[in-house]
Write a protein that binds this ligand. Structure first.
Ligand code: CA
Length: 229
């Protein structure tokens, strides 16, 4: 699963990221709810692990915000607080489960597996533009009745472009959402992957869907963006 860990204690955050990565998850970490909101808006996560006490907005605030955005992904609260009212507040804000510190990483993994099984009951809708259909559940894509053979990264890039269809996405946005990087170090890599993807999605097909906006980024749409003089 693609996971976001929000925990301001770097030692605990690193421990969680390491443990969950070992289990085959793709894990991002951040220390604040504010940064988590930016990441959640630009990327896509299948699960969230949230510390309650954070500098600035709390884990509960972030959790409530996620649910207000319509996010149905499982949310696991991790906290030092253990009083009943705190647990009730966490669950009321939309969390699925609650773990009190100190906890073992093994227990976090087990709870997450249980939540993931539950979450499979909420399939995510297919994304479509013209005859391109992307299924985030089966991680497959097709144009018309032809299945597109995509690598994991190509699929992640296509899903990101589809979630932002009709909108300009910059290379920096793609770097963060698909490569988990805030730098534009990956500019060349991104251009190469967009070229691969365009070949598979658009070659010998109409309408063309993946457009380059010169000097700015990319845009997926059945309607080409207006030419800038
Ligand atoms: Ca904390």
């Amino acid at each position: 699963m693609r996971l976001l860990v929000v925990e301001d204690e770097s030692g605990i955050r690193d421990l969680l990221i390491r443990g969950l990565t070992e289990d085959g998850h793709e894990v991002d970490g951040t220390a604040t709810a504010e940064d988590a909101m930016v990441r959640a808006s630009e990327g896509f996560y299948e699960g969230y692990l949230l510390d309650v006490l954070l500098p600035g907005l709390s884990g509960n605030d972030f959790c409530r915000w996620l649910r207000d955005q319509g996010v149905k992904a499982p949310i696991l609260m991790l906290t030092a607080r253990s009083s009943l009212t705190d647990k009730v507040e966490g669950l009321d804000s939309g969390a699925d489960d609650y773990l009190t510190k100190p906890y073992e990483v093994a227990e976090v993994k087990a709870r997450l597996r249980a939540l993931a099984r539950k979450a499979q009951g909420y399939p995510r809708p297919e994304l479509a533009e013209a005859d391109l259909v992307v299924n985030p559940n089966s991680r497959t894509a097709r144009r018309g009745n032809q299945t597109l053979e995509l690598s994991k990264k190509e699929f992640a890039l296509l899903e990101y472009l589809m979630r932002n269809k009709g909108r300009l996405v910059t290379r920096a946005m793609i770097a963060q959402a698909v490569w988990n990087s805030e730098t534009s170090l990956y500019t060349n890599v991104i251009d190469v992957f967009v070229a691969y993807l365009r070949k598979k999605v658009d070659e010998d097909r109409s309408p063309r869907l993946i457009h380059t906006v010169r000097g700015k980024g990319f845009l997926l749409s059945a309607t080409p963006p207006p030419k800038t003089p």
